[in-house]
Ligand binder design. Structure first.
Ligand code: FES
Length: 112
């Protein structure tokens, strides 16, 4: 795995997300309190585009049916298909991958 430059830091103001592509995957990069986080951008429910969802704190809401993910981990916090699973310990079936992010010289890089 290698770090891939996907954006400039100033393209992602605090409290926002952007859509990027790296390693053949569509990713969401979010700025939560000045920290940058990357995760898969495609909802595990029915493929909604999470980059079009609302970010509140570290939680992004899918614009299609309202599933929610923690952008810092990729984990489901509200799974519309399997609500009970989302409350159990460990990874649920709906969790998405998250990716390490670094900023170097103003470039945002994702490890993928
Ligand atoms: S596609 Fe995301 S909640 Fe249904």
């Amino acid at each position: 795995m290698a770090f891939v430059a996907v954006a400039k830091k100033d393209e992602i103001p605090e409290g926002t997300t952007i859509a990027v592509e790296a390693g053949g995957r569509k990713l969401l990069v979010a700025n939560v309190g000045g920290g940058l986080h990357a995760m898969d951008a495609t909802c595990s429910h029915m493929g909604g585009d999470l980059t079009k969802g609302k970010l509140e704190g570290s939680v992004v809401t899918c614009p299609r049916h309202g599933a929610q993910y923690d952008v810092t981990t990729g984990r489901v916090v509200k799974n519309v298909g399997f609500a009970v699973k989302a409350l159990t310990a460990g990874r649920s079936a709906g969790d998405l991958n998250s990716y390490e992010v670094v900023v170097e010289g103003g470039d945002v890089k994702v490890r993928i």
